[in-house]
Design a protein around this ligand. Structure first.
Ligand code: CA
Length: 256
């Protein structure tokens, strides 16, 4: 048994392919990824008025993290985002096996954009400006079509994490993590191959905006414990410290 919170400890053995009960009707979670405040607010208000539960991410990075970390029924993804644009985020999500339905919003009514969006793995698209009832109709269509995910596996070498089942395995053996360790690992997975700094961890995992020395010590201590659980019994190390910079989850030992 390898669940992470004590309340779940008495469930049967779960694997990455285990099924989970369907969601209660009316409890539909939509993630909106849109950098324009006005547009994002309008989407949130309109969708909430239609009884959807809405989260908004104002950057591609934040959206990318949330869609991996939480369970959404649908993502409304704006193509035009600063940094990693909608296409790039969509491509990465699909490459990682995340099948959450995605509705692309584009302000360019170019055929190439639509084709590119659908080729990248979008389930539908809508050109801005659009009529809200049309957006709602498309959402309903996608939700009818979509199947709810029951597990979402993240893998690196022989390390496997199921974000929805809250389970972690290394070489087929369960690894028991505390909720905080689980969150940390999830964040490292979301940034797989990239170095995450203590500032990023403080902000995104601990939700601390003012960086303080004591928190750095807490982060380091948590990392030591997480590494002990993940790596200590294995030759192949996956969680690395990059001196003076932060931490990275990846197979190779060499900083890039
Ligand atoms: Ca935008």
């Amino acid at each position: 048994m390898f669940v992470t919170s004590s309340s779940e400890k008495n469930q049967g053995l779960v694997t990455c392919d285990a099924s989970r009960p369907a969601r209660i009707k009316g409890d539909v979670h939509i993630l909106v990824v849109e950098d324009e405040q006005k547009m994002a607010n309008a989407l949130r208000e309109g969708l909430e008025a239609d009884d959807y539960s809405v989260r908004v991410a104002y950057t591609g990075e934040e959206g990318f993290y949330l869609v991996q970390a939480e369970s959404f029924d649908l993502v409304i993804l704006d193509v035009m985002l600063p940094g990693r644009d909608g296409f790039e985020i969509l491509r990465t999500l699909r490459r990682r096996g995340i099948r959450t339905p995605v509705l692309l919003l584009t302000s360019r009514d170019a055929v190439e954009d639509r084709v590119r969006g659908l080729d990248t793995g979008a389930d539908d698209y809508l050109v801005k400006p659009f009529a809200f009832p049309e957006l709602l109709a498309r959402i309903r269509a996608l939700l009818r079509r979509g199947t709810h995910e029951t597990s979402r596996c993240l893998r690196l070498a022989d390390l496997e994490m199921d974000v929805l089942q809250r389970s972690v395995m290394r070489k087929g053996q369960p690894v028991e993590l505390t909720p905080r360790e689980f969150e940390l690992l999830e964040y490292l997975f979301a940034n797989q191959g990239r170095v995450v700094s203590r500032e990023m961890l403080a902000r995104d995992v601990w939700k601390e905006t003012a960086r303080q020395t004591p928190l750095d010590n807490v982060i380091d201590a948590q990392m030591v414990r997480l590494r002990r659980k993940l790596d200590s019994q294995f030759d192949r190390k996956l969680l690395h410290t990059v001196r003076g910079v932060g931490f990275v989850l990846r197979e190779e030992d060499q900083p890039r």
